[in-house]
Design a protein around this ligand. Structure first.
Ligand SMILES: [Zn+2]
Length: 147
């Protein structure tokens, strides 16, 4: 399901990615972090100068503990610019499996601080030191390679 067949991208072809899958592949089920919803991955794959370029948007829902009131809360996770650049020489097989990349991208974006009620925890006024949750959904670890 997470496989990109490299030979299908030859001749400047792009391949659309449109996956909705069970969150089991994330292999996370902790008391303070769990995924019970499906994971949707959309985007495209193409070859550019011997690099496999994946541009993905990943959406899922996770449950974690509100940093303010300590209750379990559901939170949407949307990674809009989840881009990867993989050298062709690193791809030893006919297909590249991006399951691990998708998993890591999701786990990296789970914020350290989470607040229930869409950032307006009712108990917040009691704990004002947590003012903002960290922002940022751009993920391009190999940005330099594109210049
Ligand atoms: Zn709360």
């Amino acid at each position: 399901m997470f496989k990109i067949y490299i030979d299908r991208l030859e001749g400047d072809r792009t391949e659309k990615i449109n996956i909705t899958t069970d969150s089991a592949f994330l292999d996370i089920n902790e008391k303070e972090l769990c995924f019970n919803d499906s994971v949707a991955i959309r985007g495209q794959a193409e070859m550019q100068n011997d690099f496999l370029i994946l541009r993905l948007q990943i959406e899922t829902v996770y449950e974690s503990i509100c940093s303010v009131c300590n209750r379990l809360t559901k939170q949407k996770l949307i990674l809009k610019n989840c881009n990867f650049c993989i050298p062709r020489s690193d791809i030893k097989q006919a297909a590249f499996d991006f399951q691990d990349l998708a998993r890591q991208a999701i786990l990296l974006e789970i914020p350290a601080f989470l607040e229930c009620n869409e950032g307006n925890c009712k108990e917040r006024k009691n704990v004002e030191q947590f003012t903002k949750k960290p922002k940022g959904d751009t993920h391009f670890p190999f940005a330099n390679l594109r210049r």
